[in-house]
Design a protein around this ligand. Structure first.
Ligand code: ADP
Ligand code: ZN
Length: 520
């Protein structure tokens, strides 16, 4: 490849056809060209690939790109191919002959970029082989896979610690779209980046409109949403395979071209469905979280979470698959109270350390707070990623400030019921007591004899559920995730004593006359 000069900008202009670098790209490229290692934190679609592709073209030798997925590698190699850059990939699914041919090409000096999975790279034979070559850079893509805190933990990634050992002089550039603090610490540790700079770009995806919908006939809500957004394609995420299949069928029977994807499908079906979705501009992909890592479809117009995502980190990654082309896109989370308990049980029953469980539960709590937020959703989301921001003007809460009502009295009633029930009962029993329903279990525990029995009989069960959830999201109540029991906490006390007011969204209830209204 011949460029008019050897500057990164020239390569960007003449090879990729882009006028200018975005964000930190140029700084990163210059740093790598000077032989430096580093960690790049950039949101999906931020342009990470160029940070190692351009240096790869400007220095003698081979750049090795570590990637967790074959689909990802294929995609990148095909793109580079079109640009006339010699890149190849190795994977365990390629046959011996193809691999042999690739080795021959590398030996002949015909290759600039080699994409490879960590397990293949760390194979002793391969390490010995590349030690005979001139390696100019190791780019470790999706570097968060190294961390067991992350959502895509791949133990093989930890073996990459051998790179520093065997190639102390070759720069290592780790790249990820996961900003989480603990993940970052793991990447730095396993990839030997203690003294290397971190290049962090804002994680804000300003073209995504964030919104939530309280679940209330979930299928109908989904159908109505898709009906309004038929001209583009989208992803619908569910938390179970069964629901994926059910919803796919439901959508198809309603005249919508829906395709399913989950780990329970045979791999050829999965691949076929994925390809169909990637090539379509109007279809709907209904999937579990198994669908997504490395899916680079620029024109996904919406990501609709049919169930609440299991953590704010998952949510950020999944919703971030919308609008990668920078055009307007929508994120919707359809959520209900039941899911909180289901998701917390999933965490508690998982086979991980208690520390990790606590960490996951914290991420779940942040997700719940996002759903029930009273202030800009983007602020809540970015705050969870460690970034401060102003109200965005592009979320449902910024555009339609919720009507708030003073719920101090009902909050006091709920809290004292929980307290009198010794903080040992879940939401159903608490609501039965508040509404004065002497069910069998209420009688067994003699809760019908409490002074709080029936003190909120004017509310429906649904209203109380919503109010309790909002109190929880505002940190005014706790849930014992082991038992599902509701508990009061330090923040409940001033409310119970009448020292502090509580405001909740008016949509939580059919506004009763006793409520004052306040519009934000
Ligand atoms: P990431 O890996 O961070 O998700 P990519 O490297 O795949 O992002 O880049 C996302 C898209 O942005 C790609 O289509 C890429 O060609 C494009 N892109 C990258 N850098 C620039 C730039 N400086 N100007 C315009 N488009 C760019
Ligand atoms: Zn906002």
């Amino acid at each position: 490849m011949i460029f008019t000069d050897n500057s990164p900008l020239t390569v960007l202009n003449q090879l990729y056809g882009y006028p200018a670098f975005v964000g930190e790209q140029e700084k990163i490229i210059t740093h790598v060209l000077n032989g430096g290692s580093g960690l790049v934190l950039m949101p999906t679609g931020g342009g990470k690939s160029l940070c190692y592709q351009i240096p790869a073209l400007l220095v003698p030798g081979i750049t090795i790109v570590v990637s967790p997925l074959i689909a990802l590698m294929q995609d990148q190699v095909a793109t580079l191919d079109e640009l006339g850059v010699s890149a190849i990939y190795f994977s365990s699914v390629l046959d011996e002959e193809t691999n042999y041919e690739s080795i021959r090409k590398i030996k002949a000096g015909l290759v600039k970029l080699v994409y490879i999975t960590p397990e293949k790279l760390c194979n002793q034979w391969f390490i010995n082989f590349i030690m005979t070559l001139k390696i100019s850079l190791f780019a470790i893509d999706e570097a968060h896979c190294v961390s067991h805190w992350g959502h895509d933990f791949r133990p093989e990634y930890q073996r990459l610690s051998v790179l520093k050992q065997h190639f102390p002089k070759v720069p290592r550039l780790a790249l990820t779209a996961t900003a989480d603090y603990y993940t970052r610490i793991d990447i730095i540790h396993f990839l030997g980046l203690k003294d290397a700079p971190v290049f962090a770009t804002s994680f804000n995806r300003s073209n995504i409109y964030y919104s939530t919908l309280e679940k209330n006939n979930g299928k109908g809500q989904l159908l109505s949403f898709i009906g309004k957004n038929k001209s583009g394609c989208g992803i619908v995420y569910c938390n179970s395979r069964k629901r994926v299949d059910e919803l796919t069928e439901f959508l198809n029977s309603n005249g919508i071209n829906a395709i399913n994807y989950h780990a329970g499908l045979a791999s050829d079906v999965r691949n076929k469905n994925q390809t169909e979705f990637l090539q379509s501009s109007t279809s709907v992909m209904v999937a579990t979280v198994a669908f997504g890592l490395g899916i680079d479809k620029p024109d996904v117009r919406y990501v609709y979470h049919f169930d609440m995502p299991r953590s704010i980190d998952h949510f950020y990654q999944e919703s971030g698959r919308a609008g990668r082309d920078s055009m307007a896109a929508i994120s919707v989370v359809n959520y209900g109270f039941k899911e909180i308990y289901e998701l917390s049980q999933m965490v508690l029953n998982s086979e991980v350390s208690d520390l990790k469980k606590r960490y996951e539960l914290d991420k779940l709590k942040r997700m719940i707070a996002y759903c029930d937020s009273l202030v800009c959703r983007r602020q809540v989301l970015l705050d969870a990623l460690g970034e401060k921001s102003d109200p965005c003007g592009n979320c449902d809460l910024c555009l339609n400030s919720p009507n708030l009502v003073d719920a101090s009295v009902i909050a006091q009633k709920i809290m004292s019921a929980i307290y009198r029930m010794q903080q040992r009962f879940g939401v159903t029993q608490v609501i039965d007591v508040l509404r004065g329903r002497a069910t069998a279990t209420v009688q067994v525990w003699e809760h019908h004899k409490l002074s709080t029995f029936g003190i909120a009989s004017e509310y429906t069960e649904k209203e109380l559920r919503r109010i309790i959830r909002q109190l929880y999201s505002q940190g005014l109540l706790d849930i014992d995730f082991n038992t599902g029991a509701l508990k009061v906490n330090a923040k409940s006390i001033p409310v119970m004593r009448g020292l502090e007011q509580v405001w909740i969204k008016a949509t939580a209830l059919k506004v009763a006359p006793e409520f004052k209204q306040l519009t934000w």
